[in-house]
Design a protein around this ligand. Structure first.
Ligand code: F6R
Length: 359
């Protein structure tokens, strides 16, 4: 069933290209994004979007917030479901409440959906499991088409969630006419090239296998990035924590100087996301500060970085969104290979369950 892969997680990383292609199928033409499952009236009178989720799905929601504001020009906020439930939030009828869940069964997320419904808000769920509790409850559903995800550490579900959010942000841009048709068409072309850009290159995988040996001990990891690469940094750190049991944090690159840089020494590993097309110089100077304080640096970038101890070279993509997807694969593989070297059961990490139905 693992089709020759060592772990389901590895198989699922390799499957991302095809499940993203499935998720795009019939929804992206040369001219527009189409969601047959959506009634555009869902967005009538909506001035704000609130996204709510847990774990990896929460990280996908964070990336969505950048896209909804940048492309659709809709005010967006993001909530951790287990926090939102208990803090007496203000909910107004001009807000579309969106929950994101691979399983559609996560107890905390499901409860927030009920809260939003009770408050009279319109609701949408982005989910991977048809007929799950959330799908049955929400006003509208977009399915992610990632197929069954067996690895406890989510990979392909996250990839398809971000893909759906990118499409949805353009769908909204069409409705609200917040982007010129020419820009939309450019974005659609980029969307169609995600499957090619997440295909795992054997040379990259081999390189990550080799360099992973440097990162087995030490006192912790910082994954750092700016803009949407910050949620990707959070996701990279979560993946590593889950399957390697090493301490890792995701941080916005610009925040390091406000405290965390005090931890820098050779035993502190920095995984730096350095895309070419988004704040490259600013991000690079943050990494230089860490390097000057002797942190061990692994740079993930298409541009060679002489201050890095290790360098995972990505391709020169046309746009930062495609760089996002390529770097996503790199951080997933890095976590996988560190965990394999440590001899852990990648698919069944200790203390974790695939579906969290406890509160
Ligand atoms: C991490 C992971 C979890 C889930 C979280 C929410 O790899 O899988 O953090 O993302 O438990 O689960 P869903 O998306 O099913 O609501």
């Amino acid at each position: 069933q693992k089709d020759g892969y060592r772990f389901f997680m590895e198989k699922e990383i390799y499957e991302q290209s095809s499940v993203i292609a499935d998720t795009l199928l019939g929804r992206v033409t040369e001219k527009e994004v189409i969601f047959e499952e959506l009634d555009s009236q869902l967005f009538d009178g909506i001035n704000e979007i609130k996204l709510c989720a847990c774990g990896t799905s929460y990280h996908a929601a964070l990336t969505a917030s950048y896209m909804f504001e940048r492309y659709s020009k809709v005010k967006t906020s993001v909530e951790i479901a287990s926090e939102f439930r208990y803090r007496e939030p203000i909910m107004t009828a001009d807000t579309l409440f969106v929950v994101i869940s691979q399983s559609g069964e996560t107890a905390d997320t499901l409860e927030t959906l009920k809260m939003a419904k009770n408050a009279g808000l319109k609701t949408l769920v982005i989910c991977n499991v048809d007929n799950s509790s959330m799908v049955r409850l929400a006003d509208a559903t977009i399915l992610t088409r990632a197929g069954v995800e067996k690895g406890v550490a989510s990979t392909k579900a996250f990839a398809t969630q971000v893909t759906v959010f990118w499409m949805l942000s353009l769908y909204l841009a069409q409705l609200k006419q917040s982007l010129m048709q020419e820009s939309i068409e450019k974005q659609l072309e980029l969307l169609r090239s995600i499957p090619a850009c997440v295909k795992v290159e054997e040379s990259m995988h081999e390189r990550i296998k080799r360099l992973s040996k440097r990162y087995l001990h030490g006192h912790g990891f910082f994954f750092i990035g700016r803009d949407i690469f910050f949620p990707l940094a959070l996701e990279g750190a979560l993946k590593l924590k889950e399957i390697s049991y090493l301490h890792a944090e995701g941080y916005p690159s610009g925040e390091m100087k406000h405290g965390p840089i005090a931890l820098a020494d050779p035993e502190l590993f920095t995984i730096a996301l350095l895309p070419e097309h988004l704040l490259y110089e600013k991000s690079r100077s943050n990494v230089e500060e860490l390097s000057a304080r002797d942190s061990t640096i692994c740079a993930i970038s298409p541009i060679e970085f002489d201050k890095a101890d290790d360098f995972i070279e990505t391709k020169n993509q046309k746009d930062y969104m495609l760089e996002f997807f390529e770097m996503m694969v790199a951080v997933q593989l890095l976590s996988l290979e560190i965990s394999v070297r440590l001899g852990n059961d990648v698919d069944m990490p200790r203390n974790l369950a695939k579906s969290v139905t406890v509160e």
